[in-house]
Design a protein around this ligand. Structure first.
Ligand code: GLY
Length: 391
């Protein structure tokens, strides 16, 4: 074979190699472990749940009643699952225990986040009956926020809206689906399905993007307004909201096998992945509709990317021939997040794993910072990728 042909073939194969996914989940998870090891040393008080960084760069932590409190213990459970090392189980148990009183918290719709990520993963990995009891009590508390007239669980107790339901709330349904399985009481399942159908009917625009907040009239069940709280505008597509919807409808399909929910998850995935404002590395800006002249100076939201990646990996297994596209996109996101552009060096970033998330830009809060839930869904995504053979 002439030398030129060999060289051409070599260059072509190098090109292909460069394009092939290079995600190394072991390497990424070892970095995760290094961050969490330091975090446990630097922030050992389990009453102060790591959340983010403040505007001045200092570490921010929250009480167990905050919606984000379950993600740090949940991540510790994932590290136990990854390492099988009892040391991580002991830490996960220690940080989970502080959430126990939240099972009776009726003032939040976020009990799914708070309890299912912590106690739910703990139960899955240990079968501890005490965890089961906490989760069932938590599901009962969440049910007190379900209004059959509206057909949805109330998100926030605020004077601004009569009965606000946010798309994020799709993430709290897994706890209810689990509760029916665990107890045999179908009321949890029915409420969750009703909530998912109401949200499907009222939260989505013709282009399959989602409103953030839908406000209902409790007497008639009718929609009073469609607005935003954390997005750029009422009519914009807040990036994390799209990711919550994608993940939430995928999980709802897993629990129900109702193909309407699978179709909804796919429509959201297609909106997210084919949006012209999605950057090449597939880590979105904090809102898909940030204003002209363009998003270049706007912060990204790595949390939206991590949630979407984990959701897409699950969706890829249900979506037939479209599954390959979702899997490839998810791996590309995880690869981007595993690059030095997003994955912090151990000893930096207040011991959080990922950089460049956005919590609440309209309130000028948590802009371009680490967020504990970005880390949780990134770790979950890496573990899901490993279960699909990507080590
Ligand atoms: N559920 C609140 C948020 O995504 O910021």
């Amino acid at each position: 074979m002439p030398l030129k042909t060999i060289l051409t073939a070599l260059v072509a194969s190098l090109g292909l190699l460069a394009a092939a996914p290079v995600l190394n989940t072991t390497k990424s998870l070892e970095t995760v472990k290094a961050h969490f090891t330091r975090s446990l040393q630097n922030h050992p008080d389990p009453a102060k749940y790591p959340r983010s960084s403040n505007a001045d760069g200092s570490f921010s932590a929250v009480a167990s009643s905050d919606w984000t409190s379950g993600f740090f213990p949940g991540s510790l459970w994932y590290l136990y699952e990854y390492t099988k090392d009892k040391k991580w189980e002991a830490e996960a148990r220690r940080w989970t225990a502080g959430l126990e009183k939240e099972q009776f918290n009726r003032g939040t719709h976020d009990l799914g986040f708070m309890l299912y990520c912590s106690y739910g993963n703990g139960l899955r990995l240990t079968n501890d009956p005490a965890y089961r009891a906490v989760l069932l009590a938590g599901a009962k508390s969440l049910m007190t926020r379900f209004n059959p007239r509206v057909g949805a669980i109330k998100s926030w107790d605020t004077k601004q809206w009569q009965y606000p339901v946010i798309v994020d709330n799709m993430m709290n349904l897994e706890l209810l689906f689990w509760a029916t399985k665990a107890s045999g009481d179908s009321s949890y399942y029915k409420a969750a399905v009703t909530h998912a159908l109401t949200t499907m009917k009222n939260h989505f625009r013709p282009d399959n993007s989602s409103y953030h907040v839908v406000n209902y009239d409790t007497l008639t069940g009718r929609v009073l307004a469609r607005e935003t709280a954390q997005g750029f505008a009422n009519e914009s597509a807040w990036a994390r909201g799209q990711a919550w919807g994608l993940y939430g409808y995928t999980a709802t399909y897993r629990a129900t096998k109702d193909r309407r929910f699978l179709a909804q998850a796919q429509r959201i995935a297609d909106f997210f992945l084919h949006h012209p404002a999605l950057p090449a590395d597939k880590v979105p800006y904090w809102d898909f509709n940030v204003p002209t002249p363009g998003p270049a100076n706007e912060p990204r939201d790595a949390s939206a990317a991590a949630i979407a990646a984990s959701g897409l990996l699950e969706l890829s297994q249900y979506a037939g021939k479209q599954g390959a596209e979702y899997k490839q996109a998810a791996l590309q996101i995880l690869e981007s997040l595993s690059s030095p552009n997003y994955l912090a060096k151990p000893g930096t970033n207040n011991d959080f794993v990922l950089m460049h998330s956005t919590g609440h830009k309209p309130a000028k809060s948590e802009m371009d910072v680490p967020l504990v839930y970005a880390d949780y869904y990134y770790i979950e995504g890496l573990l899901r990728a490993r279960k699909m053979g990507i080590k």
